[in-house]
Design a protein. Sequence first.
Length: 607
Amino acid sequence: MVRHRSSSSSRWRILHPSYYLKRPRRLALLAIAFVCATFLVWDRQTLAREHEAEISKLIEENAQLENQLRDLIKYAEESGKKNSFPKKQEEIVQRRTSYNDAVNMERQIKVKEAMLHAWTSYEKYAWGYDELQPQSRSGVNNFGGLGASIIDSLDTLYIMGLDEQFQKAKEWVTNSLDFNKDVDASVFETTIRVVGGLLSAYDLSGDIIFLQRARQIGDRLLPAWNTPSGIPYNTINLAHGNAHNPGWTGGASILADSGTEQVEFIALSQRTGDPKYQEKVENVIKKLHAIFPDDGLLPIYINPHSGNAETYSKITFGAMGDSFYEYLLKVWIQGNKTDAVKPYREMWEKSMEGLKNLIRKSKPSSFTYITERSGSALIDKMDELACFAPGMLALGAYHDESEKGLMYLSLAKELARTCYNFYNSTQTKLAGENYIFNEGEDMVVGTSWNIMRPETVESLMYLWRITGDETYREWGWDIFQAFEKQSRIDSGYVGLRDVNSGEKDDMMQSFFLAETLKYFYLLFSPPSVIPLDQWVFNTEAHPLKITTRLDSMQMLGNHQFGQQAQEVKIDQRLRGERFESFNRIKSNILERGKHRERILGRKEGHS
Ligand code: DMJ
């Protein structure tokens, strides 16, 4: 025991300074060991620093190479312009964006954060209502009390990967959504927001509850088409099914309100196997085809009894006309461009010929704009709503590899420049509701409010995807920043009463979440996120899968074997297709996430 204690105390002696003072050689050895260790650590740090410098040099070189590659692609595009059709250009964009694109990734994240802010504000102050009034921090029902903001947001949440929020919205749709409302609802608004939103959620997630719900509301809307001509009444009581037109139209049906249900109701038939929805809405187009003028431009009022156009009413690509023209093109795309849907494309092309006659140039800056027509007189006024047209033209070009397609694309580019200037020319950098074109002063704001509409951003998204020109993304970023500056408040996003004074209103429109923020997000995403050759967006920006179209007879045949069986069959087919494309989208998003982490990791390493 004694021996043990003494050996252990002798071991600890080496830690005492007096031990070394008595042994100078050991002290010297210790000093040398200390110097060597310090040198080693210092050397490793130097190595790490050199390594970092090398990495940043490599990143720089990589960026230079990317620039060179972009120039080369641009050069190839320029030199092959005559034969380079939009589709090929989208492939170029695809390749290009697979390279490091940190700026757009950061922008995409900012947009996602904006969506989260809008959504959580709605969740906190207006859950279950149609829309949020951010200043009063309360909800309001403008669309029959169907929770329009929730349904309009489903696909945006899904695409942005906001899974928790999507699940909560789905639970609400499953357990709380009630269509049995004794209120007059707009057939058009309910179709594009609710039917469209639910079908898109179904196509994206594959969850049958969304299809069931879409079918329930579709059934409640159907009586609106029971008119002598088949042109629908635009308002319907959701509980009782009695339909009529609003008093202010003088009994007429509105062109856009009657010709913008085709994409949704055709999709509903295709997915349920029940032809009744598609028959009602296609009959409308047949009736309009019968009165279609040579220039393809219809007045905004149609008589639901005679089926004739009210020729006293104006012709416009803005309010009340707009999406009728959009759907002629989109039904053709949705139907896989087959013979069954060819008449839609033909009608659309006719309308585009008519559109050319409405085109004028401003003075002095030569901005291309779309006039309105009353009788034979052209009115030099353009709605911001008409800024969907550049996107529509570009989409038409994307699906038409001919000289005509290039003409559409070139008109689209000119109009997009005008629409961007609607934003860029105001004090707040947000566009007014419409513009008057006066000789000598280009454009001046007419109606001065901005309700955070999506049309310009929508067109920028199409144009960027189809041409690969980064200018469209830069313009979009300018507009996004203006919304952040002018419209964002603690409790959501609001519109402006006046785009020059910046005075705010008290409304967060559901289309801000459905469309404006979704199109911003897609503008900064690679084109593989909801690719244009596989999806078609309804007019409320709800993407629907392009599927091989069954005609009514095929559906009826299938129907006899049992509606439920057909639903399951179609559901399985769609699920297969969805799986395939969503696996692609998901892996793309995952890849981008990893890429971003790597970049951020590098950045942190540098600071
Ligand atoms: C949306 O409801 C749709 O885009 C519709 O086609 C036009 N109006 C709003 C957005 O501005």
